[in-house]
Design a binder for this molecule. Structure first.
Ligand SMILES: N[C@@H](CCC(=O)N[C@@H](CS)C(=O)NCC(=O)O)C(=O)O
Length: 222
C-alpha cells in the first residue's frame, strides 16, 4: 500500500500519472535510487494549477525539488535520481556505453513513439494506416530482440536505464493487439517484457494512487 505521511519533511514533489509511460520510467528510477517523493497523481483532463505553474507545458512527469528546481522531462528525472544513488548501476551498462544506451532511448522516444501513437490511435492522425505504422514500429522491436538474444537485457545480463526507459512503451505497443505481438518471431523480446512487467520494481511503481487535489494528505512514493 502507498504510504500516507502527513509529516513536514520537505520532499521532491512528483506530478505523475499511473499509466503514462514517461511517468512510469521516472517512478522506476526514483524507486531504484531510493528517492522518496510526494506523489501527486494527475488527471490529465483536469490538470492541477500547481502543475501548470511549475511547468507550463504541463506534461507528466514533473519533479519539483524542495529548492524549487523543476525537472520536467522523464529522462532528466531518471538521470537526476540515478546520479544521486544508483545501487543497481542502471547508468553503467555492462555492455557498450552510457551514450549508446541513451541513443537507443532516443530512438524509442522519437520514431518509435510516433509509430506507437499512430498504430494505437490511427483516427487521431490524417491519412494514417495503422498496420503500416505497426510494421515500422516492429523494426525497432526487432532491433531490441536482436540485442535480447545476446543477453537477458538490452545492454547485457541485468536491467539498465535503457530497459526501464523503453519497456513501458513496448508494453503499450504489445497491448494494442496482444495476440499479434505474442505471435511474432521475437521470443526474447516477449520474455524480456514479461520479466520486467512481473518484477517487484514494476509492481511497486504502478500502484494506484488517488488523484491529488490541493490540501490532500501527502502520498509518499516509494
Ligand atoms: N517529453 C516528455 C513527454 C511527457 C508526456 O508527453 N506525457 C504525457 C502523458 S503520457 C502528457 O503529459 N501529455 C499531456 C496531456 O495529455 O495533456 C517527457 O519525457 O517527460
Amino acid at each position: 500500500m502507498p504510504e500516507t505521511d502527513v509529516g513536514s519533511a520537505a520532499l521532491p514533489v512528483l506530478y505523475s500519472f499511473r499509466r503514462c509511460p514517461y511517468a512510469m520510467r521516472a517512478r522506476f528510477a526514483l524507486l531504484a535510487s531510493g528517492t522518496r517523493c510526494e506523489l501527486r497523481e494527475v488527471v490529465l483532463r483536469n490538470k492541477p494549477a500547481a502543475l501548470i505553474e511549475a511547468s507550463p507545458k504541463a506534461t507528466v512527469p514533473v519533479l519539483v525539488l524542495p529548492g524549487g528546481q523543476v525537472i520536467d522531462q522523464s529522462l532528466d528525472i531518471m538521470q537526476w535520481a540515478l546520479a544521486r544513488h544508483d545501487p543497481q548501476a542502471w547508468l553503467q551498462p555492462p555492455k557498450e556505453t552510457p551514450e549508446t544506451m541513451l541513443a537507443l532511448v532516443a530512438q524509442c522516444d522519437g520514431a518509435f513513439k510516433q509509430q506507437l501513437d499512430r498504430y494505437k490511435y490511427p483516427n487521431r492522425f490524417e491519412g494514417v494506416d495503422a498496420l503500416q505504422q505497426r510494421a515500422e514500429g516492429a523494426l525497432f522491436l526487432q532491433a531490441l530482440d536482436q540485442r535480447l538474444v545476446q543477453g537477458s537485457h538490452l545492454f547485457g545480463d541485468r536491467p539498465t536505464l535503457a530497459d526501464m526507459a523503453i519497456a513501458p512503451f513496448v508494453r503499450q505497443f504489445a497491448q494494442v493487439d496482444a495476440d499479434w505481438f505474442a505471435a511474432q518471431p521475437w521470443p526474447a523480446l516477449v520474455n524480456w517484457l514479461a520479466t520486467l512487467t512481473a518484477s517487484e520494481t514494476w509492481r511497486e511503481a504502478t500502484q494506484k494512487y488517488p488523484p491529488w487535489a490541493p490540501g490532500a494528505a501527502r502520498q509518499i512514493f516509494p
